[in-house]
Design a protein. Structure first.
Ligand code: ATP
Length: 315
């Protein structure tokens, strides 16, 4: 008898927030946001395999040449710090799907090929969750013979896993409101050329929000909203108009916790970047360059100086 290896693979992108406004803390501690998410061409891959056991085992590897791989080579990050048990978002995603296939027996193996820095503000864990939702859904449907969960159900499960997971499932570019999980697609007329610069340490998202609240204590914080001209300018591919409107409310908080990021942001101005901003809760910095050649040249220069850097397209 031959044993058939049953496996399914799915990818989900890392993201940058081209614009991010956070409102005051809500009574439940969360913040309402206005986020312009944009997927980048650095993606996570999850491969789900059925096993004979009954648990979920996880293996994590770094994609060669990725920002994460560069951080490991520089000795500033170790894959050992990524949780492989129930704390891993991909495991939580797999469980959420398996609950919908109660007749399925057996265990799972998840291989996560990571490209995105961990705790870098690029939604790497969220991308792992989104990719796991898709891979495990296809695998469970194939093995059980039952229909796969439809996109509405996957989106619902994604929202239950974290504010950034629905975007990782959708990809492209989107405006996120509420905690970020309510999405509508946004148009980007011409892909942006970014240089992502990873940091030596990670920043915890809750710590960055707490610092934001501390810095804003007593201030009158307006409800979060995108500048009205930003989406039309991006839709036209008018970067000259869009670039000065890019902003991240979490940046002052990230800078307060990691003051050396000011230096990383200044690298962009020196290189003629159209804009430079901290991605999400940081500490990864995204520089917006005028074209692929300029982006490739800056990334190369930074790598030559020992800084983990990567030119990517968005979306
Ligand atoms: P976001 O931008 O969505 O706030 P992030 O990109 O800053 O997130 P992640 O890499 O998603 O941060 O992970 C943050 C923390 O979550 C990690 O420090 C780690 O302990 C935990 N974690 C859970 N699952 C994963 C995963 N699959 N990959 C990486 N970290 C994970």
């Amino acid at each position: 008898m031959t044993t058939m290896m049953l496996a399914e693979q799915a990818r989900a992108p890392g993201k940058v927030n081209l614009f991010f406004a956070a409102g005051p803390p809500r009574p439940d501690g969360y913040h309402d946001v206005a986020s312009l998410y944009c997927a980048v061409s650095a993606a996570e891959t999850v491969t789900a395999t059925l096993t004979r056991g009954d648990g979920i085992a996880v293996d994590v590897a770094a994609v060669p040449g990725s920002l994460l791989d560069q951080q490991i080579a520089a000795g500033t990050f170790s894959l050992d710090t990524v949780p492989t048990g129930a704390a891993n978002l991909a495991v939580r995603a797999a469980r959420a799907v398996l609950e919908r296939f109660p007749r399925l027996i057996g265990g799972l193996h998840l291989r996560i090929d990571k490209a995105v820095p961990v705790a870098g503000g690029m939604g790497g864990g969220s991308a792992d969750a989104a990719a796991a939702l898709r891979a495990v859904n296809r695998l469970a449907a194939r093995v059980s013979g039952e229909p796969a969960l439809d996109d509405d159900v996957l989106r619902h499960l994604a929202a239950g896993l974290g504010a950034d997971v629905p975007f990782a499932l959708a990809g492209g570019a989107a405006v996120g409101t509420g905690t970020g999980a309510q999405l509508r697609p946004a148009a980007v007329g011409a892909p942006l050329h970014l240089v992502l610069v990873a940091d030596t340490a990670g920043l915890s998202t809750p710590a960055v929000y707490a610092e934001l609240d501390r810095l804003r204590a007593g201030a009158d914080v307006p409800p979060p909203a995108l500048p009205p001209e930003l989406e039309p300018a991006l839709a036209r591919g008018d970067l000259g108009r869009a670039a000065p409107l890019l902003r991240n409310d979490l940046e002052p908080a990230a800078l307060s916790l990691a003051p050396h990021l000011a230096r990383t942001l200044a690298l962009g101005e020196e290189a003629g970047a159209l804009a430079s901003l901290v991605s999400g809760s940081g500490p990864t910095v995204a520089h917006v360059l005028d074209g692929a050649a300029a982006a490739a040249a800056l990334a190369e220069r930074l790598r030559a100086r020992g800084r983990p850097a990567l030119a990517v397209q968005a979306p």
